[in-house]
Structures are given as C-alpha cells and as structure tokens.
Design a protein around this ligand. Structure first.
Ligand code: NCD
Ligand code: ZN
Ligand code: ZN
Length: 357
C-alpha cells in the first residue's frame, strides 16, 4: 500500500492517489495534423508511450520511424517531457539489416506483428511468419521486443475466438522456435490469453487496455449498435473481463498498461463498415484508476501502470510522480481530430478521476 501518498475520506475510500508517472506501452498517434490533437493528451499523463507503426504507409524502416518520432515530438506541448518509444511494422520482407539499424538507433524498442488483415491498417502485415525468420532471429539477438496483435485471420475462425486460436496456433510455436525472443501479447482480451502468458517462459508479457477492463461485449449492443465500443480484438464475455481485471490488479509483473488509444474520425466509425478502435487517451490513466478502484485494488495501480512495463523493457521507472483525484468530470461529446471530430470514450458522460494540476 502507498499509505504515505494517499489521502482517504474514510478507510478504503481514497480521494487522492499519487504514483510514479505511468507509461503507455501501446498507443496510436496517427500522423499529420492529427498529432497536435492527440499527442498532448498522452503527454499530459504518461512520460513515455509506445507509438504503434500502423500508419499509411506503415512505418517499416528505421529512417521512417525516426522521422515519425520527430513529428510526434513536434506535437508535444512546450514544457511537457514526453518520450515516444518507436516501433517498426513487421512485413514479410523485413530484413535482419533493418533490425540491426533499428537497434543501433537506440530509439526503437520493438517490432509490431500485424497478421495481414487482422486489424486497422494491417494490409501490409505478415502473411506467413515463416517468412520472417531472419528478422526474428536478429530481434532475438539484438533484444528488440516483438509486439503482437494476437489474432488469427480468416473466415474459418469465429471473431470471438481469434485470440485464443492465435495463441494456440501461432504464439506457442513462435515462443518455442525463438526461445530468447521477448514477446508482448498486445491488448490481451481473453482468459485464454492471460493463462497462456502466466504460464509462458520468461520474456513473455501482455498489455491490457482500460476499455477491456471496464466493458464486456454487451457494451457493443447496449440498446442498439454502438460503433464507439467496437475495437479489435473485440470486447469479450464478462468471464474474460473478470480474468483481465485479476491479471491487471493481481500484482503480476507480466501484465502492464497499454491503452491502445486509437483515434478515428466520427464518420469512419459511424458507418456501414465502421473502423475498429476506441479513443481513450483523454482519460488514459483515469480510466484505469476507475477499473482498479472497482476491484478494490488502487494500491496495485502503480505496479501495473508505472513499474511492470519498464521492468520488462529493461528501462528505469520514471522519477516524477502524478496525483489522481476522485474528481468526476464530464467528457465532451466530440473532440477535434485534424479537420474532423472524433467521439471519445465516455462521450457526454463522466470519468470518475482527474489528474491533479
Ligand atoms: C487499432 C487502430 O485503430 O489502429 N484499432 C483497434 O481496434 N485496436 C489497431 C490495433 O491496435 O489493432
Ligand atoms: Zn492491435
Ligand atoms: Zn493498437
């Protein structure tokens, strides 16, 4: 317990909690004019964030990643200290030389595996992991982390089973074939994924989003179809959500924070074929505080949000702290995204916690 840094109205009901400044180990910032709309929300909460590479075209080279890093940094508000941690987008053609260049840059901490067709902007993703042997060998040797969108594609597998089947068919053999490769199962959503990570060899971890801790799949159909609750991997049954909460709040070092905040313009979500992704960066740590509070586990938030991620990636935790207050606030109905608007998570309703200035 962080007794020294928490203030309580009554026992068990903390009004304020201070923690080491957290990091976001999975974020989408997009590019161009959108950066100025979304980067400040992350920079206000997190000291570092993993910038996912699924741009159009995807970030497949070290040069492109470093240029993207500069564009993200240019969108950080003056006075804020924020470090984007860069990633490469793995393709069938990624070579060992690119992996070595990425490692030598000192700015790229991982390579993202999108099975082709699995999610937003994954068309250039990997069609057959068998073609990526040279890149994966080099990553294992260099210590670059493989970050995985863990879903199989293909009509034969039910959408709700895609993570479980990926773990069985793809992840388990991959870990055996590359015994020294560090792997993060990104945005884990199922009890099967959690159990697998718990029992896996060293060097395997998972990120968990706030929305998968707070919502089950009923939220997609609440009184009608809710495109703003559609993400990938799709929300799952309550029993899976409960296991995710256990994993996040249980003090297990293999699980850490990754918002998967994924901004899309409103028209792209409210559409006959809507995009997957929830925008949560505006309450990126506050939503986790809600989920941990509901589980009676606010004392476990710092480990999950601020310590487990750096420990896995071999980095120091941040030095500064932030303070969260139980001060509910209403989320705007829309927020700007370039020339457009997006509908943020909890639009028009409340988030229970705020960041103390
Ligand atoms: C993400 C996006 O929009 O980039 N969407 C999502 O539903 N999570 C892609 C991803 O992380 O799979
Ligand atoms: Zn993904
Ligand atoms: Zn993502």
């Amino acid at each position: 317990m962080r007794e020294a840094s928490t203030r309580s109205r009554q026992p068990g009901s903390l009004d304020e909690i201070s923690l080491v400044r957290p990091d976001d180990w999975h974020a989408h910032f997009r590019d161009g004019a959108v950066l100025a709309d979304v980067v400040p929300a992350s920079a206000a909460r997190f000291a570092r964030a993993v910038a996912m590479p699924n741009l159009l075209p995807p970030v497949t080279t070290t040069g492109a990643a470093l240029a993207y890093r500069d564009r993200i940094l240019a969108a950080v508000p003056p006075g804020a200290a924020f470090e984007p941690l860069m990633t490469l987008y793995l393709t069938d053609d990624t070579g060992a030389d690119e992996i070595r260049r990425a490692t030598a840059s000192g700015r790229i901490i991982g390579v993202k595996l999108y099975p082709a067709g699995a999610t937003t902007n994954s068309a250039h993703g990997v069609t057959d992991l068998g073609r990526c042997g040279a890149a994966l060998d080099a990553m294992q040797e260099c210590g670059l982390v493989l970050m995985v969108h863990g879903e199989v594609t293909g009509e034969d597998v039910d959408v709700f089973d895609r993570e479980r089947v990926f773990v069985e068919r793809t992840l388990a053999p991959l870990l055996d074939r590359f015994p020294g490769l560090k792997v993060v199962l990104e945005h884990v959503t199922t009890a099967d994924g959690v159990e697998f990570v718990r029992g896996a060899r060293d060097g395997v971890a998972a990120t968990i989003t706030a929305h998968h801790l707070l919502l089950n799949r009923n939220a997609i159909f609440e009184g009608g179809l809710r495109p703003h609750h559609y993400c990938l991997p799709v929300l799952k049954r309550e029993r899976h959500r409960a296991v995710l909460v256990d994993a996040a709040t249980g003090g297990e070092g293999r699980f850490f924070l990754g918002t998967d905040s994924a901004p899309h313009p409103r028209h792209a979500k409210e559409s006959a074929c809507g995009c997957a992704g929830l925008y949560t960066a505006h309450a990126g740590i506050e939503l986790y505080a809600e989920a941990f509070e509901r589980a009676g586990a606010l004392d476990a938030l710092e480990g999950f949000a601020s310590r487990n991620g750096p420990a896995f990636y071999g980095l120091e935790p941040n030095r500064e702290t932030i303070t969260l207050r139980r001060e509910p606030r209403t989320v705007p109905n829309t927020m700007p995204i370039g020339d457009d608007v997006l509908v943020p998570f909890r639009a028009g309703s409340r988030v229970g916690w705020s960041i103390a200035p």
